[in-house]
Design a protein around this ligand. Structure first.
Ligand SMILES: Cc1ncc(C[n+]2csc(CCOP(=O)(O)OP(=O)(O)O)c2C)c(N)n1
Ligand code: SF4
Ligand SMILES: [Mg+2]
Length: 243
């Protein structure tokens, strides 16, 4: 396998088939290719990616649950020359951190947010997340989401795209070779958006959690197709050329 300098080379603690591993590698490859490692400050979220800092050769700060975008906004304002990367799961970004997410996007902070949406709270044992699908069984929705007034999946790209602040918003998935390629290109554009000073960039990645979905790896890849019914892939906002 090709050497990626931004990765420390430690074996990762993620379950077999976990999407976090793939997203980590894509981020690290781009850091190498775009020469960002030395100027980057990234954040680890609370969630399965809490040990993010063990895997990357770059400066990383651990943030309290959901507070990633606020902390990273402050860092970018104090160090505008740094490349600032926020990495978050769906519980972190779209439940406890909804307020921070909305206001950071609305202010158009010049940071990049990578949102790993696996439709569940992975780290804590498979509770319902805001992005859990209708009828999806989780430990807190044993009858399936929506059958006890839980509402429907929160569509974060769609929500953020109506705000004036963001410059670039895209949703992709790491369920196929093509999906990986598209995800890498989306994150590359988001990184470049920040480097060009265009403002807030956001990439959502539909990502597998075979363990808490209680599926084998192959079935978990198939489940991403179901996620796409509620979370269609594509670019939701791109006003980089207007700034
Ligand atoms: C203030 C606070 N509330 C709740 C928790 C418990 N907690 C830890 S991780 C997590 C959710 C993680 O889910 P997600 O962000 O989707 O990440 P994943 O593990 O799925 O990647 C929760 C609720 C906590 N650590 N701190
Ligand atoms: S529980 Fe899910 S999100 Fe967490 S490491 Fe395992 S597969 Fe990945
Ligand atoms: Mg999650």
């Amino acid at each position: 396998m090709e050497e990626v300098k931004t990765l420390k080379g430690n074996s990762m603690h993620y379950c077999t088939g976990c999407g976090h591993t793939i997203v980590h590698r894509i981020i690290a490859q781009l850091m190498d290719e775009m020469g960002l490692r030395e100027k980057a400050i990234a954040s680890a979220p609370v969630g399965c990616a809490v040990l993010f800092y063990n895997y990357f050769n770059m400066d990383i700060i651990e943030c309290a649950h959901g507070r990633v975008p606020s902390v990273m906004s402050a860092i970018k304002r104090v160090h505008p020359d740094k490349f600032v990367l926020a990495y978050q799961g769906d519980g972190d970004l779209a439940a406890i951190g909804t307020t921070e997410t909305l206001h950071t996007a609305n202010r158009g902070e010049n940071i990049t947010v990578i949102f790993v949406n696996n439709a569940i709270y992975g780290m804590t044992g498979g509770q319902m997340a805001p992005t859990t699908l209708p009828s999806q069984v989780t430990t807190t929705t044993p009858k399936g989401r929506g059958n006890n007034f839980e509402g429907g999946p929160l569509k974060v790209c769609e929500l953020l795209s109506v705000l004036d602040g963001p410059a670039y918003i895209e949703r992709c998935a790491v369920d196929s070779a093509e999906g990986l390629k598209n995800t890498k290109e989306a994150i590359r554009k988001a990184f470049q958006c920040q480097l060009d000073g265009k403002g807030y960039s956001f990439v959502e990645v539909l990502s597998m959690c075979p363990t808490n979905w209680k599926m084998d790896v192959k079935s978990s890849i198939g489940f991403i197709d179901k996620m796409k019914e509620y979370f269609p892939l594509g670019i939701f906002k791109d006003v980089r050329n207007e700034r």
